[in-house]
Design a protein around this ligand. Sequence first.
Ligand SMILES: CCCCCCCC/C=C\C=C\CC(=O)SCCNC(=O)CCNC(=O)[C@H](O)C(C)(C)COP(=O)(O)OP(=O)(O)OC[C@H]1O[C@@H](n2cnc3c(N)ncnc32)[C@H](O)[C@@H]1OP(=O)(O)O
Length: 719
Amino acid sequence: MAKYSRVSGSVGLITLQNPPVNALSAAVRQGIVDTVERALSDPKVKSVVICGQNGIFCGGADIKEFGSNMSGPPLVPMIHAIEAANKPVVAAIEGSALGGGLELALGCHYRIAHSKARLGLPEVTLGLLPAAGGTQRLPRLIGVPAALDLITTGRHVTAAEALQLGVVDQVTDHSTVDAAVKFAQSVAGKPLDARRISTYPCPRPSDLDALFEGVMEKVRQSARGAIAPVACVQAVRAAATQPYTQGMEREKELMATLFTSGQARALQYCFFAQRAVSRWSMPNGARWDTSKPRPVHKAAVIGLGTMGRGITVALAQTGLSVIAVETQEKQLMEAKQAVSGMLERGAKRRGVAPALDRISYSRDIQAVADVDLVIEAVFEDMGLKKKVFQQLASICRPGTFLCTNTSALDVDHLASQTHNPELVVGMHFFAPAHVMKLLEVVYGPRSSPQAVATAMQLGKKMGKISVAVGNCPGFVGNRMLKPYMEQAFFLLEEGATPELVDRALEEFGFPMGVFRMSDLSGLDVGWRVRKGDGLSEPGAPSGQPARIRQGRRYSPLGDLLCEQGRFGQKTGRGWYQYNKPGSRVARSDPWLHSFLEGYRARHGLVARRIDNQEVLERCLYALINEGFRILEDGIAAGPEDIDMIYVFGYGWPRHRGGPMFYAGMVGLGKVLERLEHYHQAHPDVPYLKPCSLLWRLVASGSPPLHKWREVIKKLHSQL
Ligand SMILES: CCCCCCCC/C=C\C=C\CC(=O)SCCNC(=O)CCNC(=O)[C@H](O)C(C)(C)COP(=O)(O)OP(=O)(O)OC[C@H]1O[C@@H](n2cnc3c(N)ncnc32)[C@H](O)[C@@H]1OP(=O)(O)O
C-alpha cells in the first residue's frame, strides 16, 4: 500500500503504508509502481517525494514473504523506473531506511534524512545481499572501501555519518517531509542526468586487487563459514570491474544462490526468533502480554567480582541509580577502579559522558534498603548465597525484587530463604556482563509473573536478549553444555586430541572449540561444580571403577588436569599450553598428549581414529538431545528460546540458526538414528539415549520447528 497525494500544488507525495516498518510487501511494491506512474503522468506534478508513514521510511523487503510465493512487482525494475523518471524524485528518510528501503532511496535522485534516522544494508545479516542494485549503486556513490564496509557488515549508520559518506544529500532536525517537499520544489525542472547513480562510473582504487584480497581474507576469517559476506564482496567487485548492467547480472546470480540457501533460512529464522523470545510464557499460563512489569529506577548489586562489576556497568549505562556493595575493603577499591575504567572506555566509544555518578559504593549491605531490585552476584556457593538472601529479606523494603546471578544453583531454594518467594527470580548474566547479549531470566515455581516481567523488561532496557526459562540444574544453557562437554572428554579417552575436537567445532562455526573455551573460562569452574555434585574425587570413590560415577560412564580427565594445577589460561597450562599465565595464544602441548596416552594405557583404552563427523555428531547431537529434554520438561517454552540462548550466549554460529533449528535442518530422523547408533555403542552414557520428545516428533512426521509446540503440548497433556 502506498498513499498518493498532491501537496504544495506541484509535488506528488507518495507515502509507504505497511505498519510497523513499511516493509516492501507485494502490496507496497504495487502501490509504489502505481503511484509513481500516476505522479509522472500528472502534468501538474513537477517533482515527487517518497516517504513512509509513522516516522519510518522503510525497513526493507518484507522478510515474512521470503520463502512464500513471491508475487507482485519485483524491486529492481521498480527502482529503475524511479531512477529513469524525468521528474526529480526525493526520498524523505525518517526512522530507518534499511535494505530494500535504502536501495529504493538510492534509486531516487535526492535523499534527505532526519538527524535521528539510521541507514544501512543489513541483508548480509539475513544471509542475503542487497540485490535491488545496492551492491552496484552504493560503491558508485560512496566509493568501494566504504561500500564494502557497509555491505559486508550490514551495520546501520547515523544520518550524520550517511551525510559524511555521501549517502544522503541533506540532514534536517525538523520535519523531513516538509524539507523534502521544499527541496523537491527547488529542483523541479533541473537536469537529472547527473543524479542517476547507476550511470556513475565506479571509482576504481589503484590497488584494486590488493584491496579486494585483503577484504576477502578479513571477511572469510570473521564469517566463520557464513557465505553471504563472501558473496557481498564478490558483488561489489563486479561493481568495481564491470559495467553497471553486467554488475547487476552478477548481483542477481549471487543472490539466487544465497536466497535459497540453508544459511539464509537460518539467519532469517534468528531474526524472528530473537524477537519471539520476548513474548515469554510460563507453564502456569502467565504470559508477557498479561503480566505488567514494575518500573525499576534504583537497583543494587551485591558482590563485586567479575560478574558483579559487569552487571553494575550494564545497569549504570542503562540510566539506573546503582548501589554497588562489596564487604571486603580491598575488593571494593579494586572494583571501583575497574568499574570506572569500564564505564569510561564504554562512554568514549559511544561518544557520551561516563555514568560514574550513577553508582554509589558501600561495604554495608544495609545500604540497599530502599532500592527497587537487587541482583546478588556473590561467589557461587549456596551457603553464602543463602545468607545473603536471608539478609536481603530483612533489609529491603517490602516489594523489592530479589534476583540472583547464579549460573547453576537452585533459584527456588534461594527464594525459600525469603518471606516473599514470589519476588525472587534468577538473572543469569554471561561474562563479561556489560558486553554479552544474553540474559537467562529464571523463574521458580513461586516466582510471580510480575517479577518475571520486571526482570525481562530490565534485561531489554540493558540491550540484552532476555529469555525466560524454568529452574533446573544449569537452567537451559549450562544444562545443555554438560552432555556436550562430556562427549568431548569421552572422545579424548577414545583417541582424539583437544586440537582435533576444537578444529571440528571451529570449522562448524563456533568461535572457539570446547577445550579452548574451557581453558579461557577456567577448568576449576567445572571442577568445583563436579565436586559439588559428588562426582570429582581423587581416585575412584568407594571401590567404583575410575571411569564410572553414580552408575554411569564418567571421564575424570578434567579433574586430573585440575589436580595438576592446570586451570587453563590463568595458570598458563590447561588443555593447551600458553607462553605465560594469562596469555591467550593456545599452543599444542606435548605433555598433554603423553598424559592422554598414559591415561589410555592405564585404563586399557585403545586409541582409534576419530573424524570430524563423529566429533560433531557426538558433541552436538548429545547437546540437542538435552535440548529436546528441556522442551519435554517445560523448562523452555519453545525451541526458539533454546536457540537464542545458544546463539547469544554460547557462540553457536548464527548462520546455523541454533541447535534446535539445526536439528530440523539435519532432519530429526537422522539425529534420532545417529543418537541411537551412538547409544548402542555407549549404553552407559544416558545423554546419548534419544529422549521421548524426539521419538514423538519423528513419529509425527518430523514437523517443521514452528509446529513443535503442538506436539509438546500433546505430550504434556498425556503425562
Ligand atoms: C531466486 C532468486 C530470488 C531473488 C529474489 C530477490 C528479491 C529480493 C530483493 C531484494 C531484497 C532486499 C532485501 C531486504 O531488504 S531484506 C530486509 C532488510 N531489512 C532489515 O534487515 C531490517 C530489519 N528490521 C530491523 O532491523 C528493525 O525491525 C527496524 C526496522 C530497525 C525497527 O526496529 P524496532 O523498532 O526495534 O522494531 P522490531 O525490530 O521489533 O520490529 C517490529 C516488527 O516489525 C517486524 N519487521 C521488521 N522488519 C521487517 C521486515 N523487513 N520484514 C518483515 N517484518 C519486519 C519485526 O519482525 C517485528 O515484528 P513483531 O512485532 O511481530 O515481532
